[in-house]
Design a protein around this ligand. Structure first.
Ligand code: NI
Length: 196
């Protein structure tokens, strides 16, 4: 089932999400719905707060990045098959140089800006079977994970922009909160007038 994606300005997006345990009701169905919602919106990642749930779950499918011809065959192959569920994730370490990449977010349609993040992360998480993993990622995969991880910490990529950039996009962000935007997928706007 495709779920509505909550838009910029929704309080749930600013909240630090809580861990879940093995008994979380209908987890499998929730994960299926989240994947369906993400693919429907052509996203490479989706976090539970974006569908209104303040819990520590996010999904990543990096395969759309594999088309980039500037990547090595090895890099393409690792992106192509990267599809994972992260439950109760914790970033243990971020290392390397900061680099800029143009990010977007399904909760903030039509806004794309360069964000600086460190190159490499070490992350601890549970998969969909509650098996624990500790892994290291670099480059684009690390980038998507860092963006989604921020969501479960209540942080949006727009929070990381310079104050000048923030001022420049303020009007656009307000319009998104009000639903004055043409999103190509189902959304829920915190400040939309009733009856729209
Ligand atoms: Ni996002």
């Amino acid at each position: 089932m495709i779920l509505p994606i909550v838009a910029y300005g929704s309080p749930v997006l600013k909240k630090k999400a809580a861990p879940i345990d093995k008994d979380y009701p209908k987890l499998e169905e929730l994960l299926d719905n989240m994947f369906e919602t993400m693919y429907n919106a052509h996203g490479v990642g989706l976090a539970a707060p974006q569908i209104g749930l303040p819990i520590r779950i996010f999904l990543v499918d990096a395969s759309p990045f594999a088309d980039d011809e500037e990547l090595t065959a090895e890099e393409q192959a690792s992106l192509e098959t990267f599809k994972k569920v992260f439950i109760n994730a914790e970033i243990l370490e971020e290392t390397g140089e900061e680099w800029a990449f143009t990010e977007g977010c399904l909760s903030i349609p039509d806004v794309r800006e360069d964000v600086f993040r460190k190159e490499t992360i070490k992350i601890k998480y549970l998969d969909e079977n509650f098996e624990p993993h500790t892994e290291e990622y670099s480059g684009l995969i690390a980038r998507v994970i860092q963006h989604e991880y921020d969501h479960i910490e209540g942080v949006l990529f727009t929070d990381k922009l310079s104050s000048l950039k923030k001022r420049l996009i303020k009007g656009k962000l307000t319009n998104i909160s009000k639903g004055k935007i043409n999103a190509e997928y189902r959304m829920k706007f915190p400040l939309a007038k009733k009856g729209r």
